[in-house]
Design a protein around this ligand. Structure first.
Ligand SMILES: Nc1ncnc2c1ncn2[C@@H]1O[C@H](COP(=O)(O)OP(=O)(O)O)[C@@H](O)[C@H]1O
Ligand SMILES: [Mg+2]
Length: 398
């Protein structure tokens, strides 16, 4: 089956049309002289329209882009020096050769030249670029991009193809993708290390310092009983006890901020409940958690990621939203966990999402992508911000 891929009318379209015309003229002349399609490129015509013909030829000849024309039988009728040098042959060698000597045909049942380009291969910056594979004289294969246009001449279709060698661009793109990948892995590894350190410090604070402070309080009670009770001593001991209590409360708060014990001991649902209670108490903003404990029994990686995402979202609500309420909804559908966090504040703006210095949203995205999930952040209707996350949780349930 033949695909028609005409260029839209444009400057480029006109150029293509000119090239088609030129090719047709060349073909007609070569035929009338009894030459094959691979005749000399310098043969002169002698009809009355030589001026535009020669002019077009010069343009094609001098063009920086590789240009070839091929007929219905996939035979190259015309090639310019840029095309010849791209494939590592001479112009004479190209003209008259079959197209598949230079362009690999992905489709074995090919019809005409358009079938040398992948139909799904819309490739370049322009909508008319198609991807293909070129073959150099030495046998090396390389990525090409081509625009192709057809013209009907004396009942025959001629195809003009403008080609670009994109192997260097693809190599750079692959390198860039690899380095993105490495950065992502590095960021995930750093997050894990950070989380482990936080867990470690929180545990040390709670177990060591916490125990020490608790036993100091007990000793203080014994001291009060043993020393009798002058009003001065009583006053001093009361003050010390109150300070010790404040120290214990601060220590618990610091340890919980580092890493809530609930995350390790109770599970995600209870950790989120703690987060919500703390948020309401600290900021006076109403916060509803809609979730089922049984659906949130997830392993450490998923629990930690979701907890940190929700924590960042709530921090943003407190810092930026001017909201009066937030709703967090988490529920499972089959093997996916759907998380939505909505507030009724001023709404996030498009430009807020690209702030270079803002790492909160970037961190959220990285965590979601690390779990192969998807995230969208948008200004909600009615005003407010809405974060939607879909996470595959297969392999993360406990
Ligand atoms: N819930 C929200 N409501 C309104 N604006 C928000 C909200 N969340 C984030 N933003 C906007 O998006 C920006 C980027 O957020 P973030 O990446 O977390 O960075 P940061 O909080 O450090 O500014 C914020 O500076 C803020 O302008
Ligand atoms: Mg933030």
């Amino acid at each position: 089956m033949k695909r028609q891929r005409n260029l839209r009318p444009s400057k480029r379209g006109l150029a293509m049309f000119g090239l088609g015309y030129l090719t047709a003229r060349l073909l007609a002349r070569l035929r009338s002289r009894g030459h094959g399609a691979g005749g000399s490129e310098d043969s002169d015509g002698n009809d009355g329209n030589e001026a535009p013909f020669l002019h077009s030829r010069r343009i094609v000849h001098n063009a920086g882009e590789a240009i070839i024309s091929a007929d219905d039988d996939n035979r190259i009728v015309l090639a310019n020096p840029a095309a010849a040098s791209m494939f590592g042959v001479s112009v004479q060698e190209m003209q008259g050769s079959p197209l598949d000597r230079f362009i690999e045909a992905p489709n074995h049942h090919r019809g005409g030249p358009p079938d040398y380009f992948r139909s799904d291969g819309r490739a370049g910056r322009r909508g008319t670029d198609y991807a293909g594979t070129g073959m150099r004289a030495g046998g090396e294969r390389f990525a090409i991009e081509g625009s192709i246009a057809d013209t009907l001449q004396d009942g025959r279709t001629l195809y003009t193809i403008i080609l670009r060698d994109v192997s260097e661009r693809e190599r750079v793109q692959r390198k860039l993708a690899r380095s993105h990948d490495q950065l992502r892995q590095l960021s995930a590894a750093l997050q894990t290390i950070r989380e482990e350190e936080r867990t470690h410090i929180a545990r040390e604070l709670h177990d060591d310092l916490g125990q020490l402070l608790a036993s100091l309080r007990m000793d203080l009670t014994l001291l009060r009983d043993a020393c009798g009770s002058t009003p001065e001593a009583m006053h001093l001991i009361k003050g010390m006890d109150s300070n010790l209590l404040t120290a214990i409360t601060s220590l618990r708060r610091i340890a919980t901020n580092l890493r809530p014990r609930a995350l390790d001991e109770g599970g995600l649902f209870f950790a989120l409940q703690g987060l919500r209670d703390d948020f309401v108490e600290r900021h006076g903003i109403a916060c509803t958690l809609l979730a089922d404990e049984a659906e949130l029994r997830l392993d450490d990686a998923a629990s930690t990621a979701i907890f940190r995402i929700v924590q960042e979202a709530l921090t943003n609500v407190a810092r930026h939203a001017q909201a009066s309420s937030v709703t967090m909804t988490l529920y499972r559908i089959d093997h996916q966990l759907l998380v939505t966090i909505r507030d009724d504040g001023r709404g996030i703006r498009e430009e807020d999402m690209d702030k270079a210095e803002s790492l909160g949203l970037i961190g959220m995205r990285e965590r979601v992508w690390g779990l192969r999930g998807e995230i969208s952040v948008s200004a909600d209707e009615p005003p407010g911000t809405r974060i939607d996350i879909v996470l595959p949780v297969t392999g993360h349930t406990v």
